[in-house]
Design a protein around this ligand. Sequence first.
Ligand code: SF4
Ligand code: SF4
Ligand code: FES
Length: 327
Amino acid sequence: MKVSFKILRQQDNLSAHFQSFTLDVNPSNTILDCLNKIKWEIDGTLTFRKNCRNTICGSCAMRINGRSSLACKENVEGELKKINANTEKSIPEIVISPLNNLPVIKDLVVDMNNFWQDLESIEPYISTNARNIPEKEFLQSPQERKLLEQTGNCIMCGACYSECNAKEINEQFVGPHALAKSYRLLTDSRDDNSQKRLEEYNNIDRGVWGCTRCFMCNEVCPMDVAPLDQISKIKGEILAKTDINDDSRAVRHRKVLIDLVKDGGWIDERKFGLMVMGNYFRDIKGLLSIMPLGLKLLSSGKFPFSFEPSEGVAEVRSIISAVQDSE
Ligand code: SF4
Ligand code: SF4
Ligand code: FES
């Protein structure tokens, strides 16, 4: 069958442009097979990364039809199905572009420096003290090892980083790959640095609270690492630790939310602003920051002067208590 590959090409300091190549392909061909064919038979200057050709090394991550994935994992048939291409009417088209959130070096090759620096910033190795053991080996039980399986599957391909909405708007956010690795370290029985790590990951901009929960990292990860799930587990651990910076606005936000819903079945917005932003009248700067919003609500007649508890408060309370007890 004939398929057109529309590839975004770019070199340093030059504007990007699409170039199309039409190939005769087998539906089972991987996208990487097709790129190789273009490079070897049509245009040797087309540049992309590859190595294992088998979903192991993570080098061939790129955006295929607007979704970051591995070129050696996706095939022509699967891609055409995703876009509901009508192969009988016209030559279907597969659009290929480089990963997002990273600068392009050439064509489909991006500069991964920021990706690695973000990973480095969470100290992605077992703590030094924990490594000072008298035995020759640092043994783990099968149960302890099992806890590392899902996060240990990460091949550092960058697909999650490319789709991360938080990373796109906040350079400081360390990214889903780094936070998935963070959870791996928190669960690793050989690491003895959990308290310090949780304090680090509690950072409002760089750490777990910077995530917008858009779900894209879970959606695109080719290894089912589910970074968002790992981020949520770290948040749970932070919230469960009473000795971790309770004054942090992000932590207070979650705790106040639960307390208010437990109290009234839904959120009393007047109290929410005062407790979260104003830290129970202790944070004057925070209080002042919500004044303009309060005035705007007042002038437009939308300020909630009273609060009515929702129906079924008792039921809501018992559900929250049951969840809290089970934790
Ligand atoms: S869920 Fe969070 S970490 Fe994952 S892609 Fe979205 S913003 Fe990024
Ligand atoms: S978490 Fe998944 S998508 Fe992200 S770098 Fe690792 S393997 Fe790739
Ligand atoms: S070439 Fe190694 S993952 Fe695709």
